[in-house]
Design a binder for this molecule. Sequence first.
Ligand SMILES: [Zn+2]
Length: 239
Amino acid sequence: MIEWVPKTKLGVLVAEKKITTIHDALESGYPLKEWQIVDMLIPNLVDNVLDINMVQRMTDSGRRTKFAVTVVVGNGDGIVGIGRGKAKETGIAINKALIDAKLHIIEIKRGCGSWQCGCGEPHTLPFKVVGKSGSVEVVLNPAPRGVGLAVSDVAKPILHLAGIFDAWELSKGHTKTTVNFAYSVFNALQATAISKMGSSLESKLKIREGISEKCTLTEEELKAKSENANKGNKTRRGR
Ligand SMILES: [Zn+2]
């Protein structure tokens, strides 16, 4: 690991081990500006490149090509982040997107969520959530255990990395735009955390926030699953 000299208040607290969980870091009220914080607190984070978009522009000096990359990160257990990066080289763009995703990490709420199930484990969404980005609107619904991810190819790796293993999806708008689609799914997941339910109802419904430590997938299994999920939609040419 590269030596890291923290530059922010939150960075110092994490480096000095005064904050030791991502939950406490996100609840601290200090802005998350250093990706190293996320690396330290979530060592088992897995990433997945959702989209590489080639952007070409004509300038006075000729044609300029850039790559815009969208990356999702997650631990397969209640933590997920999404980010974008742009650069002349794909490798650099991926790195930028990865850092952006780490800095936009959130804790989501999960639950059993489906009256048809009642198993009590946090395997699906706690309730119906809606997310929007651009013209795309995504509705994610809780599903009983065993349904799997009855969702689109872009949503699959995001939900896997977030630790949602059963869900139904409905979407509207220009769903071919991978970036907006991905951000809609992320925004829907973010909506799980902003629940208007009281804590007593939440505990009755077995809703859990963030890491449950009941996740049975290893890092390798998670990586394989999330990579299988978005085979075939990795590269798309843009304008
Ligand atoms: Zn269940």
